[in-house]
Ligand binder design. Structure first.
Ligand code: SUG
Length: 420
């Protein structure tokens, strides 16, 4: 019998993690440009988050870091790691596939007429350093979800329509294994910053997944939110089962969106955080909405797995503690330390891709167990570079260390076939 649960697949933070300031409109990335990064510490923080969530009783999977620097991509641009201009070299080294929320858009089986879980790999074409992720990500999705009686993995939406995956997609349902309402959030303009998710890409994904138009909503991201640094919608809103937790200023036309949701899912609970309690600036700085909103087992309600930065912001923590003291669906706050990722604009929710599926239908090499996480942590501890500053990226020795570290991880996880 099939048992559909939400599985969180975290991107293991790769050995080339660094701060090159590559993402215009992502305030943390720009602010920390040039700083020294600590890949080993970063990956161990990510592993600790996975362990934390497993201890809560949640299903956990992971994806391997991609092969970096991507010399094939540089070759297609007529250059090499040694000769590339610094901005291209940095783009080739980026460990950005750690943010698995941008790997793909997922429509679980109960939403699709063919009864399969559909995944479209995101093209991420707005940012050069992310635009070359998709072939490596697609290879992993095709392995992890190879069982074609349960999954359909789709190629990316073509250019010029930027698609950033699940970071701009929310699913409301009650509970996970019931048919859901899928909300595709796109951007039109972000003032000085790019709007990364194109409306045409959102519509294409919904069509490719075969979703019925009655169960789909398209909503525009607020221009002011993008301009304030919400480069993805998951920086200002998160949904889980029948709960939408959102900042008041996340959407261009919030009232129309809430009405459309209530119309399609009357049992929805919309928790709107007002700007006079938490400003957009505080929401973006603390990443309070980039929490994993999860349903705890055994009827214990929902929990927010938050970045520890949210606890350090008085306005944010004040709001959250008042909220959990009330009688709402969110019962628990769990801060986790993912500071290394946060300094590049990636919170707990960015680091994971949610897939509602029966874990028995997923290639078990991608499913986490405590023992496997011990083995992953050992490879990281022994082989991930301790520190990388962007001016070190040109050295051949660093390229060798990063390549061999990743290779050891693939071997430890029996995923040698992803070697290139
Ligand atoms: O695409 N940062 C990522 C962060 C992605 C966060 N994901 C979600 N919100 N789901 C980005 O902007 C920074 C890389 C650098 O500057 O070195 C970066 O790519």
């Amino acid at each position: 019998m099939s048992r559909l649960v939400e599985i969180n697949f975290d991107g293991i933070i790769g050995p080339s993690h660094n701060y090159s300031g590559l993402s215009l409109g992502n305030i943390a990335s720009s602010t920390n440009a040039g700083a020294t990064a600590y890949p080993r510490e970063a990956a161990l923080q990510g592993i600790a988050k996975m362990r934390h969530n497993m201890e809560l009783g949640l299903a956990q999977g992971f994806f391997m870091p991609l092969d970096r620097p991507n010399s094939g991509w540089l070759e297609s641009l007529g250059t090499t790691i040694a000769d590339a201009e610094p901005h291209l070299r940095a783009a080739a080294f980026s460990a950005s596939s750690m943010w698995a929320a941008n790997a793909s858009t997922v429509s679980p089986a109960p939403d699709a007429p063919d009864g399969k879980c559909h995944l479209t790999v995101a093209n991420l074409q707005t940012m050069p350093h992310r635009s070359h992720e998709w072939p490596g990500t697609l290879a992993q999705l095709q392995l992890a979800f190879a069982d074609s009686s349960h999954f359909a993995v789709h190629a990316p939406v073509p250019s010029p329509f930027g698609d950033e995956g699940a970071a701009n997609h929310m699913r409301l349902c009650s509970p996970h294994d019931a048919p859901g309402v899928e909300i595709f959030v796109y951007g039109k303009s972000g003032g000085p910053f790019p709007a990364r998710q194109h409306f045409e890409a959102s519509k294409a994904v919904a069509r490719k997944h075969g979703l019925h138009e009655d169960r789909v909503i398209f909503a525009q991201q607020a221009e002011t939110a993008i301009a304030a640094g919400a480069f993805h919608n998951d920086v200002v809103a998160v949904a889980n089962e029948r709960v939408l937790f959102t900042h008041e200023q996340a959407f261009e036309q919030p009232a129309a969106l809430y009405e459309a949701i209530r119309d399609k899912l009357p049992e929805v609970e919309i928790i709107i955080v007002p700007a006079d309690r938490v400003s957009l600036a505080d929401a973006i700085k603390s990443y309070l909405f980039n929490a994993q909103l999860v349903t705890l087992p055994d009827g214990a309600g929902m929990a927010l797995i938050l970045p520890s930065e949210a606890r350090e912001n008085e306005a944010v923590w004040g709001y959250l503690t008042d909220m959990v003291a009330g009688n709402g669906p969110i019962r628990r706050l769990c801060p986790v330390d993912v500071r290394q990722s946060m300094a590049n604009g990636g919170g707990p929710a960015c680091l994971r891709l949610r897939v509602v599926a029966d874990p028995a239908t997923v290639d078990e090499r991608f499913m986490a167990t405590p023992d496997k996480l011990d083995a992953v942590a050992k490879v990281v501890t022994d082989h991930w570079p301790e520190a990388i500053s962007p001016d070190q990226l040109s050295g051949p020795e660093l390229t060798r260390i990063i390549g061999s570290a990743r290779h050891r991880l693939l071997v430890a996880c029996s995923l040698g076939e992803l070697a290139d």
